[in-house]
Design a protein around this ligand. Structure first.
Ligand code: AMP
Length: 180
């Protein structure tokens, strides 16, 4: 007998809140207990791939670094390629770059210029939507590289930070929403 698939509430219960990491005031959402449990991990991947079926997506883009874990598994499930968006300076070939504001300071992420065939259908995946700056910059990179975004899927959304407002008109899904 297989165990029933986990509910969003099961996954929510497994996410560990770590106060004041990596700096005071941040409520860090630790997904490692989800990854450590094959049922919860598998259920998360199934949910992140949903509603797409194999053949409907050409590439799953994962954002450095926790996004890679989920994007790779979603890509295999959808029989799509996996494309990494990385912090500046990590990708070896020619890149497009986007800078964006963080809570303090800024960051730059990059994608290979030849990541997609023109018009490739892309699902963008990350572990968590906070202010939306990272996802917005990643979405711009995907389009700069010739990809067409079908969806942006997150495991976790921090609702109070209103990251969705930075992604107007984009089809966004998140499995677990925290109010704080
Ligand atoms: P943002 O650009 O503000 O939406 O931040 C999203 C990125 O930062 C994601 O790639 C997350 O992995 C990471 N992140 C931001 N806030 C948190 C948090 N409270 N807990 C865990 N990861 C976070």
């Amino acid at each position: 007998m297989h165990a029933p698939p986990p509910t969003p509430a099961d996954i929510r219960r497994a996410i560990r809140n770590v106060p004041d990491f990596p700096k005071p005031g941040i409520q860090f959402k630790d997904i490692t207990p989800v990854l450590a449990d094959p049922g919860l991990f598998g259920g998360s991947v199934a949910w992140l791939a949903d509603p797409f079926q194999p053949g409907q997506v050409d590439a799953v883009v994962g954002i450095d670094a926790r996004g890679f874990i989920f994007a790779a598994a979603v890509a295999l499930r959808l029989r799509a390629g996996m494309v990494p968006v990385r912090k500046k300076g990590k990708l070896p070939f020619d890149t497009f770059e986007q800078s964006y504001a963080l809570e303090y300071g800024q960051s730059t992420i990059a994608i290979h210029v030849d990541a997609f065939r023109p018009g490739s259908r892309v699902l963008l995946v990350d572990d968590l939507l906070a202010t939306g700056g990272t996802a917005q910059a990643a979405a711009q990179l995907v389009e700069q590289a010739g990809g067409r975004i079908l969806g942006i899927h997150f495991l976790i959304e921090l609702g109070s930070l209103e990251g969705r407002k930075k992604l107007p008109g984009r089809p966004i899904r998140s499995l677990v929403v925290f109010a704080d």
